[in-house]
Design a protein around this ligand. Structure first.
Ligand code: OXD
Ligand code: MN
Length: 616
């Protein structure tokens, strides 16, 4: 059994080892040597491949089971004592009942396996916004990934020993190996037997049956969002599904930091690592997925990225779409479910060069004829294939990305994928209006998306799968932030904006020949960031509309854009159409009805103002 100077940890590990019955228990030190040893063991057992050392030093390739390729929202539970406290958007089960079920699953679940004990810190070691956790797992892949994604090992353990406290995170792939049974290439339990469980009142995480991503790397969605959002509510801070970027105006060297929340598949990583197309501006990355924000002693909100790596979606990451992300996985990276090329490298759809003949696809089949492959039906890399890459590899990482006290947040952005209704950018009139904007975030879902009704899928604050308590209460917490004593009168709250890179125009043939969107997106989003930067300084002209402040004509720099993007398209991309918004109000009312009894009055008031302005 392990022996640390943290009595709570020793007792906890002993208790779980007695239940799970592993063959041995290993306390992880987080060293590079440990990473290489464990990954090489996976290679020796046929669970992984080592990539070509010359092309991708110290990097490994895994293929998951085809049934274990993504987060499983249907099997994710918030087990608060009262169902009402989990709210209308979360699956719930009574915590006693859930624990009874899971203790049954966990009993003997690590037979024939090693139990790894992973001490880790979310955020820089010892920082005032950081938090400590320990994950127990029977997956070496999880240990390697946690090494990349968190500050893991001896340094975190020392802090845990000093504090005698940590957030307990329990994980098993749910596939015991009794009597010398040989391991599967990727061990996991069937879908109905997977459990991703948060106990928000106890600040505990218990997961079972999946080895993939957010289901198994418990520092990420389970801790840094679901449990941390609850801790944040209790303690007066924010744990958000937001990237953090730093914007510098090179002429004056002035900087501003922006946090931004978008639902999945809206280009969050691309925005976090954007390379500006307008001269005189620099974007640097602080985080690509999660932001923890706390007030400092002067009432400024400061943000840290609690993670140490990027767990990025691989397909369509290329030197053109996101060079910084591609460069981030040049070494020390774990790839899962991408293609494996004959020269021992990786490949995915949209990487920017053709698939080499003889590449092995994510299911282990050889690709003999890459050209004739149907990329939608039978992709070489699974659509949710991933890289776990150290953030320190990113050429655009900001020098202060690990500042323990975090960076001052000047602006918060919300956005979604909306082909109509929502303009390129609009600005909230005050904090409560900004919270209203966050509460109505949504993305258009096409009928092609499996199992979803076509229309706008609401994903408030991009937190729908990640909020660890009643989402109506979460809205209230956001409203209350500016009134907390720590906010010192709320004078320094960040400005809030709503952006939409995805507005379409069916009519314009020139645009159609581009990508059909009214706005070029990608690096050209720097033009909108520059406008937001100026607005944070009280500069730039705006026009009042029923939904908030929109840039006045000419305020967004479009110099150097292709001719199909011109003053005409800018007018269209910034339009606030009253009829479209009247329809939107109906959808918002439907969405808000779910939160009955928990919807803050400030939000229904804000909706009433909008209706009145629209003449409804
Ligand atoms: C992610 C997600 O993987 O939001 O970051 O699903
Ligand atoms: Mn995410």
């Amino acid at each position: 059994m392990i022996k640390t100077n943290c009595a709570k940890l020793n007792t906890w590990v002993k208790m779980w080892a007695d239940i799970m019955q592993p063959e041995n228990v290993v306390l992880c030190d987080g060293s590079d040597a440990e990473f290489t040893r464990l990954m090489d063991e996976c290679v020796a057992e046929g669970l992984a491949k080592k990539l070509n050392e010359k092309k991708r030093p110290n990097s490994y390739y895994f293929q998951s089971d085809p049934s274990d390729v993504a987060r499983v929202e249907g099997r994710t539970f918030i087990c608060s004592r009262k169902q009402e406290d989990a709210g209308p958007t979360n699956n719930w089960m009574d915590p006693k009942e859930m624990k009874r079920i899971l203790i049954g699953k966990y009993t003997g679940c690590m037979k024939g396996r090693t139990m790894y004990v992973i001490p880790f810190s979310m955020g820089p070691l010892g920082g005032p916004i950081s938090q400590l956790g320990v994950e127990i797992t029977d997956s070496a892949y999880v240990v390697g990934s946690m090494k990349i994604m968190t500050r893991m090992g001896a340094g975190a353990l020392k802090l845990i020993e000093e504090k005698n406290d940590f957030i307990p995170c329990i994980h098993s792939v749910g596939k015991p190996l009794p009597d010398g049974l040989k391991d599967a290439k990727w061990a996991c339990a069937p879908i109905d037997d997977k459990y991703i469980v948060q106990f928000p009142e106890e600040h505990e995480i218990w997961t079972y049956g999946s080895g993939y991503g957010g289901n198994a790397l418990l520092g990420k969605k389970c801790f840094a969002l679901r449990i941390a959002s609850k801790m944040a509510q209790e303690e007066g801070w924010l744990a958000e599904h937001m990237l953090i970027l730093k914007l510098t105006k090179e002429a004056t060297k002035e900087t501003k930091c922006v946090c931004a929340a978008f639902p999945s598949a809206c280009g969050k990583t691309n925005l976090a690592m954007l390379i500006p197309t307008i001269p005189g501006w620099k974007v640097e990355t602080i985080g690509d997925d999660i932001a923890w924000m706390k007030f400092d002693e002067d009432g400024y909100l400061r943000a840290i990225n609690p993670e140490a790596g990027f767990f990025g979606v691989a397909p369509y990451t290329s030197a053109k779409t996101n060079k910084n992300a591609l460069d981030s996985c040049s070494k020390n990276t774990i790839f899962t479910n991408v293609g494996y090329t004959p020269d021992g490298d990786i490949w995915w759809e949209g990487i920017g060069y053709p698939c080499p003949k003889g590449t092995i696809d994510w299911k282990g089949n050889v690709v003999d004829d890459p050209e004739s492959r149907d990329e939608d039906k039978n992709p070489v890399a699974h659509k949710n294939s991933r890289f776990a890459a150290p953030a320190a590899n990113c050429p655009g990482i900001a020098s202060d990305w690990e500042s323990p006290k975090g960076v001052k947040v000047d602006a918060i952005l919300f956005g979604g994928r909306r082909p109509n209704t929502v303009p390129l950018v609009h600005e909230a009139e005050d904090w409560a209006h900004g919270v209203f904007m966050g509460s109505i975030v949504g993305s258009e879902v096409t009928a092609a998306a499996i199992g979803l009704k076509a229309g706008v899928r609401r994903d408030p604050f991009a937190m729908l799968p990640f909020c660890g308590y009643n989402m109506g209460d979460y809205f209230q917490h956001w409203i209350d932030m500016e009134k907390l004593p720590q906010a010192k009168g709320g004078k320094h709250m960040p400005k809030i904006f709503f952006v939409n890179w995805f507005r379409r125009d069916k009519e314009n043939p020139a645009l159609k020949s581009e990508h059909g969107f009214l706005w070029p997106g990608y690096g050209d989003n720097s033009r909108v960031l520059a406008y937001i930067f100026d607005r944070c300084n009280g500069e730039g002209k705006t026009v009042d509309t029923p939904i908030g402040k929109v840039p006045a004509p000419g305020q967004i720099n479009i110099e150097g854009l292709k001719s199909c993007y011109n003053e005409e398209t800018m007018k269209a991309v910034l339009t606030v159409n009253v009829d479209e918004w009247k329809e939107e109000v109906g959808r918002i009312e439907e969405h808000y009805a779910k939160f009955a009894g928990h919807l803050p009055k400030e939000l229904s008031d804000r909706l009433a103002i909008l209706k009145q302005r629209l003449g409804m």
